[in-house]
Every structure is written in structure tokens, then in C-alpha cells.
Design a binder for this molecule. Sequence first.
Ligand code: ZN
Ligand code: ZN
Length: 340
Amino acid sequence: MRAALMRSPGELEVTEVENPRCPPGGALLKVLACAVCGTDVKMLRNGHRDLAYPRIPGHEVTAEVVEVNAASSELAPGDRVQVWPGEACGRCRYCLSERDHLCPHIRIMGFNMDGGMAEQVAVGGLSRLVPIGDADPLHLTLAEPLACALNAQIKTGVGPEDTVLILGGGPMGCINAALARYRGADKVLMTEADPRRLEVAPTGLFDRRSLPDRSSVREMVLGETQGMGADVLIPCTPNVRLDRDLLSLLAPGGRLCVFSGPRKEDSPIPVDMREVHYRELTLAGSYGQSSRQDRWAVDMLSHGELDLRWMLTATFPLEHAEEAFEHASSLRGMKAVVTI
Ligand SMILES: [Zn+2]
Ligand SMILES: [Zn+2]
């Protein structure tokens, strides 16, 4: 079959690879669409903590079932599904407490297992497949990134009366903004230097935008919150150093979610624990999402509770997968999707 293959950092080639086999207890899928994530772009440039080469990238996948290798299954050939990218053990305390993305044995599609930028993908574990019915398979590729945002906003309890400050207006910044709106946040503030980045964003996605330099962010946040600070801070770009300065943008009782993977050279970061104590700040981390959060995200998109179709600004056939990566890294538009 044809697949996009990463052989080493910076090298992506669409080539012929061996067909995957349907694993016992799993399914073989014909890929319909696979969106390019910021992490895919980062991986192609610099590698990644969880990446092993050579690798077919892609973890934001919708597909059609070709074959099921299990005695009993609710899934049948022809069914359309979204794929939760994790393959967890299903037995450890994390798996048993709906935190399967923290499973110590987890493998992730597109990182340490082959992903969706291929004609077919094999998936072990049918519970990873979420039926999407007649919903648009391109739109449903956004369920995975939406579920990442859900994880972050459940951790930080985003809700009514909150002022949410989002750093970075790329796809993850915009998805977080849309979700914060959906969860009833009082105000959504955003920092983004490049106005082109937000050209496609619908009006009303955020209340105010500022440039990412510290003084203008501070001015905006204090101006919008009667000098109190933001209730929730979600950095959606690695280009802002998480430091003491940033913590001071939080109101008392504020919550910071370390959402975008901080750069190695920026870590470790000294944090003033006195500030955390006296101002009752919460520091939360989020990386990926649980299979349950993934199902919620599929529900939200397939039932039209949230419409993120405006984010799909370019589609490319598999043979042009490299252009999809270029689109995703160019800061023109938002999400690039490879269709197969
Ligand atoms: Zn992703
Ligand atoms: Zn487990």
C-alpha cells in the first residue's frame, strides 16, 4: 500500500510499504482522512520523545472498517469510525480509572506505532474505535485535538465566570477558545502575534487579542478583569516561556494548564511555591486525552454541538502529504487534512 513514511527528522516520503495485517482482537481499517497536528510538524522537524523511526505519522484519523478479527464485535466492515490514538493495557489502575492515556504501557499511533497517513492502518483493541455514523470524516479528524482540549479544560475546571487566557492562536489555541466558549467561559482572551493566523476564525471566538509581548498581555488581562488576572491560563504554543511572570497573570485561585509541550531548553523552571500557596494557584499538566474524552469529543462534533469545520483550511491527497505538513507549518490557514 501507499503510505507517508518518516525515516529520520526532516525526511517524509510517500512510498510503497507492506500492507498491515488485521491483529487478533483488533481491526483493519481503510483510512478516510488524517489531519496534521502541530506535534506531527514538530516530529518531522526535530523528532519526539515518543517517536521511533521509520514511522508512518498521523494520529488524528477517521476510517472505514475493512476487517474485524474478534469473536464478537458491534463493528462490521463498512462502519465508519474515529480512532483513539492510544493502545493501552486495559488492566492497570490508570486504565481502570478512565485515565488510560496515563497507562505506563501505552503506545501511541503515529509515535511508537504506525499511524494514519496511509491507505490502511491496523488497530489492536476494538474499544479504540468510535463509530461516527454519517458524520463528515474530515470534520471528525478534529475529535482527537478537541479531546486534548477537553482534557485540559476538565483538569482546570473551565466554566461560567471564568476568564480564560489562551497563548497562541494556532489550531490548538482556537480549539481551546471554541471549547471554553462552549463550556460557558465568561471571557476568552488570546495572544497571537500574526493576524493572518486568525483570519479564518469566526467572529466572537475570543473577546480580545493582544500581541504576545509581556506588557501588552498584562495590560489586556488586567484591563479585562478589573485588575484581578485570568482564572485559567492555557499556553497553546511552545514560544512562551512558562515562568514566574506568566504565573503573575493569574487571579487568586487561578489555574494554569501546561498544555503545549514546553521546550527542553526552557526547563526546568523555578516556580515560587509561596505564590502557589498564598494565592491558591493550581498547576495542571495535560498530554493527549483519555479514550473517554475522545468519545465525548466525537459526540460533540458528530451531534453538531460544536462546529469546527471552519478550521479545515486545506486538504491534500496522500501523494502530497508533504504539502499538508507545509500548510500546517506555514501559519497560513489552520488545519491541513490528508484524504485517502
Ligand atoms: Zn494531535
Ligand atoms: Zn494500562
